[in-house]
Structures are given as C-alpha cells and as structure tokens.
Design a protein. Sequence first.
Length: 148
Amino acid sequence: MPNTIRPFEQNDYARWAPLWEAYLRFYETVLPKEQYELTFSRLLDPAEPMYGLGSFDETGKMVGITHAIFHRSCWLPDWTCYLQDLYVHMSQRGKGTGEALIDAVAALAREKKATRLYWLTHESNSTARRLYDRVAQNAGFIQYRKPI
C-alpha cells in the first residue's frame, strides 16, 4: 500500500521534528529548538510562501518530509518553486517515498501556477543524486555563499 502524502497539520510537529533533526544531522547542522518552532509555524502559515508535506506509512507514522518555498524570478513571468528540504526515513529508502514527495511538490507547484521546480543537494549525496538524476535534469549550477 502506498504512503499517504499530505500537508502538515498543527498536531504533526512531534512527528516532523525528529525527521527534521535527522535531516539537519545528515548535513552536519544544528539549529536551536526555537528555529524548529519558527520553521514549522511558517510551514503552516497561509500568509507565508512556504509549504510542508509529510509522507505517512500505513500505520500513520510520518516517514518522510519535504519543504517548498515559492518565489518570484527575474527570468520567469510566473512563480518558481524551490524544494528546499527532502528527507526520507532510512526504513523507507528505495521504496519510492522520495520520488512520491517530489511528485507531490510538483503537483503543488502546478496548483500554485509555478513554471519551474528546482532543488539543490550536496555533491557527495550519492543516494539522493541517483533519484534526482532519474526524475529531473541536473542544471549544472554551483552554489556560492558569502557571509553577510
């Protein structure tokens, strides 16, 4: 039976936070718990251009998460959707959960009239890159960051 994917609800915080923490740990990042709360509240706020989706197994356990942010672009007339975060619990990897979450973000992007969906991953993330290379096109860009 395929997992159910739906937008986060207020009572999902306790299920979301451990997956978010595991995602951050993978990228060797630690954020204060206040940032968890702020992020989750933004994902639920209809005034924010941010959305969160969860994948739930047949028992109702949240086993995957994704966060998407909509923004304008100087290159396109319509909205652009940035899939900022995607994490699937180890028990669900290789079962189509990641691809289903990407497809759900793509459906949300179409619903919101976005004309581009894109995301980044670290070059060393070979597991994710195998999926991404199969479902999308690598645009070849390299990201730079300048401290501000």
